[in-house]
Design a binder for this molecule. Sequence first.
Ligand SMILES: [Zn+2]
Length: 307
Amino acid sequence: MDLHNDLMLEVQAAKRDITIRSSAGHADLPRLREGGVDGQCFALFVHPKEADRGFARVTELLDAFDRLAAANDAVLGRVTSVAEIERLQQAGRLAVVLAIENGSALGGDLYHLDAVYERGVRMMSLTWNNSNGLADGAMESRHGGLTPLGRRVLNRMQDLAMVVDVSHLSEKSFWDTLAVTQGPIVATHSNAAALTPHPRNLNDEQLRVMARRGGVVGVNFYPTFTGGPALSRILDHVAYMSKVMGPDHVALGSDFDGFDGRVSDLEDVARLPNLTAGLLARGFDARTVTQILGGNALRVFREVWGR
Ligand SMILES: [Zn+2]
């Protein structure tokens, strides 16, 4: 189970046909299968330059996903429960969880949250790197944290049993979000700032509170956040986060097709078995590896979604 992949941007822009195996980018449907991915969160990302038409933009991405799913029903399906994820896994189909990256997708209208929920979205981050009408982002801190509308969006997300994603928030927004939510939340694609200091990574105090709340943090493969383009750096973050949070709170959030360049020994999603081998070589037992590769994320989804 991978908590973050940006492939839907390429699908919507018709940059390439992801139903065909290629060597472009990090992922396509055949390579997701080869890499052993059973569940994938597809990020519906609204870039800040499209924030003023955020709802129209996310609608374009949702339409693109619906077309992809309708044409490839045997290969993948949209899911809104863990029971469905398991059913698709058994049928050999990719289970897709739709997730919004950047609450600017709501266009400032709380009712749009219900509209995207109706279309199957089950997870959302309030911001990307920039600040918006909901909260401050990690790369543009106005020291304001959550706005009143951001609080209302979080309340409604929890009423709807949507997963709250804190990746990309500023530190103040992060703590504000912890204060106004209950239960497990996730950071879909963030690493340990103690190893790689960067505003997109989480400090030890943040990691510990994610664990205390029963959530997970998905390890991001982007070399800027891991400390270099090598699988060993990713393993360093998994090991460190497991030490600080406990291994039951570590998950995967590859960010594949959301960054340029390649990670040596993990060049694309088809090479994911190298990550499994690397974890075993570092002394993680098989059960713990299984939890990190998906069990932990599924536990949180089941708890939040209720099934
Ligand atoms: Zn991101």
